[in-house]
Design a protein around this ligand. Structure first.
Ligand SMILES: [Fe+2]
Length: 295
C-alpha cells in the first residue's frame, strides 16, 4: 500500500525519566537508544529513537512525530496542513538534532499534544534486536505503533486528522459502558496499520491525554511473554489477553508507572487500498480484555 506518513516517535514527559526504564526495558522489551540531553530514548526497530522520555511536570505525552516517507510527501503534507488552516512552525536546528531528523515542522493538535511532521529519521545501520522480544516488532511501512488520545475537542481533532493530516477513518466504536455512559472512539489510518491514531470522546477533562500507546510484535508468543513479565512485575493489567472486535488484534494492556497504558499486541488486520469497512462496532472486544488484579 502506498502511503505518505507513519508514526516516527512519541514524546513522553515525566518528572523522572528513569522511573519508566524498568517498565519499557524489562517489561515491554524495548531497547534503550542513545540518551539525549535530559531524556532517555527507546527503540523498537532500526530507528534510533521511537519513544523519548523527557524530564518535566506533564506526566503525559507531549509530542507525536509523523514521518513522511519522502521529501515530496513531507512538502505535500505541510502544504495540506497549512491549507486546512493549521499554523506550522519550522523546527530549529536544536530540535532537528534532538529528534534525529533532517526536516521538522510542528503544530499543536486540538487534543493538546504537539504534532511534528518530520522527514529523515536516523536509522541504526546495525539494525535491531531485542533480547526479550526475539521476533521483533512490526513497524515496516506502518511506523512505531498506534496512539489513543482522550479529548473534549473531539470534532476538531477528527478534522485535524482527516483534513489536516489526510488520514482516513477506519471504523468507530459506540457503546454504553455503564448506565447512561456512552463510549465513542474513532479509529484512523494513514498506512496499512488499522489505526495509527484513535480518539476517544472524553466525558470531562481527563488527567492524561494519552490513554495508551500500542506496540505490535511479529510473533504471537511475544505477547504472551510480555504478559508474563507484566504480571510478574505486579503491574496493573488494565485489560488481560483478548481480541479486539474491529482490528482483530490479540493483545493486553498494562498500566505504566506514569498512569497511561501500553498495549502489546499481535496480528491486527491490515488496511487495504479498497477498504470499505468503515462501520460502527458496539463492543471493544470479541473476547477477553477483562481487567485483572495481580494476586
Ligand atoms: Fe490500542
Amino acid at each position: 500500500m502506498q502511503h505518505d506518513i507513519e508514526i516516527a516517535y512519541l514524546g513522553i514527559e515525566v518528572p523522572d525519566p528513569t522511573s519508566l526504564s524498568t517498565f519499557f526495558g524489562d517489561v515491554i522489551g524495548l531497547v534503550p537508544g542513545e540518551p539525549a540531553a535530559g531524556a532517555l530514548t527507546w527503540r523498537n526497530d532500526a530507528a534510533v529513537q521511537r519513544l523519548v522520555v523527557e524530564a518535566g511536570p506533564a506526566d503525559d505525552a507531549t509530542y507525536l512525530g509523523f514521518e513522511a516517507t519522502d521529501a515530496a510527501s513531507f512538502a505535500a503534507l505541510a502544504t495540506r496542513l497549512r491549507a486546512a488552516g493549521y499554523e506550522l512552525h519550522q523546527g530549529t536546528d536544536e530540535e532537528r538534532a534532538a529528534r534525529r531528523v533532517s526536516d521538522l515542522v510542528h503544530t499543536m493538535a486540538p487534543w493538546g499534544v504537539r504534532v511534528e511532521l518530520v522527514h529523515g529519521l536516523a536509522r541504526d545501520p546495525g539494525g535491531f534486536t531485542s533480547p526479550l522480544v526475539p521476533g521483533g516488532f512490526f513497524t515496516e511501512g506502518v511506523g512505531f505503533g498506534h496512539t489513543v488520545f482522550a479529548t473534549l475537542a473531539f470534532d476538531e481533532s477528527h478534522a485535524f486528522l482527516t483534513d489536516g493530516l489526510g488520514m482516513r477513518q477506519s471504523d468507530w466504536l459506540e457503546m454504553e459502558i455503564a448506565e447512561g455512559i456512552e463510549l465513542e472512539v474513532r479509529f484512523y489510518h494513514c498506512n496499512e496499520r488499522h489505526h495509527t491514531v484513535a480518539l476517544a470522546r472524553a466525558p470531562f477533562e481527563m488527567p492524561q491525554r494519552l490513554h495508551h500507546v500500542m506496540v505490535e510484535v511479529t510473533d504471537r508468543d511475544d505477547v504472551g511473554r510480555a504478559f508474563d513479565r507484566a504480571w510478574g512485575a505486579g503491574l496493573g493489567i488494565a485489560n488481560g489477553l483478548g481480541r479486539h472486535d474491529n482490528d482483530g488484534m490479540f493483545s493486553f494492556y498494562v498500566v505504566s508507572p506514569a498512569g497511561f497504558q501500553v498495549e502489546v499486541g499481535h496480528g491486527a488486520r491490515l488496511i487495504t487500498d479498497d477498504w470499505d469497512d468503515n462501520r460502527r462496532y458496539d463492543r471493544i472486544s470479541a473476547w477477553g480484555h477483562q481487567p485483572l488484579t495481580p494476586p
